[in-house]
Write a protein that binds this ligand. Structure first.
Ligand SMILES: Cc1cc2nc3c(=O)[nH]c(=O)nc-3n(C[C@H](O)[C@H](O)[C@H](O)COP(=O)(O)OP(=O)(O)OC[C@H]3O[C@@H](n4cnc5c(N)ncnc54)[C@H](O)[C@@H]3O)c2cc1C
Length: 359
């Protein structure tokens, strides 16, 4: 029996071969997964992992594909997370929510607002799944998911152990966590636990939210204001392919900030602990990129931080545009822009061939 037919013989029926990932990433790039399955139970997840381990291929889990830059075929097994379900336990003035990782994030926010539970309303309309929220510690309008997370449930890919990790152990930082670094590929997030408040508590000092709300502040009004502000600024991925902010806001120390402010008095920046966060959108806009179209991709004309895909099937033009933008911001401001979406595959096929060749 050849290796290929052995694989096919053992391959569970729910795993398909050579599947286009276009419907599973919001840039809609059409690169394929070598093997592919949608997973809606822990049993199926474990079976898929065992099969992948058996034939020694890597596993990549994706949720809504709204923070991905798929730039080539993804080798190994790609699992789309469809784990569903949630429970809520009210105790005194707070509620403890446990939510399966395949649930839709925005629908969860809407559900908490309906129940008058405070804490994640500022994170409304962020696309994607609940399980991806801890990966880059999603944030918007002065709130980050780490502010409410208590624990993250994970399946250890190697040992198959299901365990709860405390939020403190997850290394949360600005658009970052151990799931993106130290623990990359080690765990699949299966559920999250968060504590929300039953009494009013708002965070309105960011992004002009306060000005959007007329009269008495209510939870529903904050939720509506966040949705309205976002809809006015960000393209809907269902209508125009994009992955939200393409670059992180760069962080510079006080000395660099002072020097930049001296050279560019209109610089948009925010204090960030003892350092400063620069508005990446402003840097890109001031470097002349807003609205620019390059082949079939471009810089969104209402928000320079967002790159959009008008018509490309592959990511090449977007990668070219990314490096042109990075270079011009570096030349003008001496600041390096870091990409926010996760690139798949993490290492280019060409790069690994070159690496292999050199060794
Ligand atoms: C229009 C738009 C607006 C956005 N606005 C914001 C914003 O305001 N703030 C913000 O922070 N982000 C924003 N984003 C980015 C994105 O929505 C979030 O990062 C979101 O959490 C991604 O969820 P997802 O399910 O689509 O993850 P995916 O894109 O599918 O995956 C992202 C990463 O997480 C990993 N991953 C996914 N699920 C799991 C799991 N269960 N276990 C382990 N790893 C997993 C993937 O392997 C990948 O590395 C925006 C995106 C768009 C398109």
């Amino acid at each position: 029996m050849t290796d290929d037919s052995l694989e096919t013989f053992l391959q569970p029926l729910f795993i398909q071969k050579n599947v286009s990932l276009a419907p599973y990433n919001t840039f809609r790039f059409e690169h394929k997964a070598q093997y592919f399955a949608e997973i809606d139970s822990l049993d199926l997840l474990t079976e898929a992992l065992r099969w992948a381990k058996h034939i020694d291929i890597p596993v990549t889990v994706i949720g809504g594909g709204s923070n991905l830059l798929i730039s080539d075929e993804v080798l190994g097994l790609v699992l789309v997370n469809r784990l569903m379900g949630k429970t809520a336990e009210v105790s005194g003035d707070s509620v403890l929510l446990q939510v399966s990782s395949g649930e839709n994030w925005h629908q969860l926010v809407a559900y908490t607002v309906e129940h008058q539970w405070y804490g994640i309303e500022n994170l409304a309309l962020i696309p994607g799944t609940v399980g991806a929220a801890p990966v880059q510690n999603i944030g918007a309008y002065g709130v980050e998911v780490k502010d409410v997370l208590t624990r993250v449930q994970v399946l250890d890919v190697m040992s198959e152990a299901l365990e709860w990790l405390t939020a403190e152990s997850c290394g949360f930082a600005y658009r970052d966590s151990h799931f993106k670094g130290l623990w990359q590929g080690r765990y699949i997030i299966t559920a999250v636990e968060m504590q929300l408040h039953c009494l009013p508590s708002y965070s309105l000092n960011y992004g002009g939210l306060k000005q959007q709300i007329q009269g008495e502040v209510t939870l529903a009004k904050v939720f509506d204001a966040v949705c309205a502000v976002r809809q006015s600024k960000l393209p809907d991925p269902a209508k125009l392919a994009n992955a939200g902010s393409f670059f992180k806001n760069p962080i510079v120390n006080a000395e660099q900030h002072e020097e930049l402010k001296r050279r560019f008095p209109n610089l948009v920046s925010f204090p960030f602990g003892e350092a400063f966060k620069l508005a990446a959108g402003w840097l890109i806009d001031q470097s002349g990129w807003k609205g620019v179209i390059h082949k079939g991709v471009g810089v969104y004309d209402k928000q320079a931080l967002v790159l959009v895909n008008y018509s490309e099937h592959k990511a090449d033009a977007l990668l070219e545009l990314e490096s042109k933008i990075k270079q011009s911001v570096l030349d003008k401001y001496g600041v390096f822009l870091e990409r926010e979406p996760v690139k798949l595959p993490a290492v280019d096929a060409m790069a690994s061939i070159v690496e292999g060749g050199i060794q």
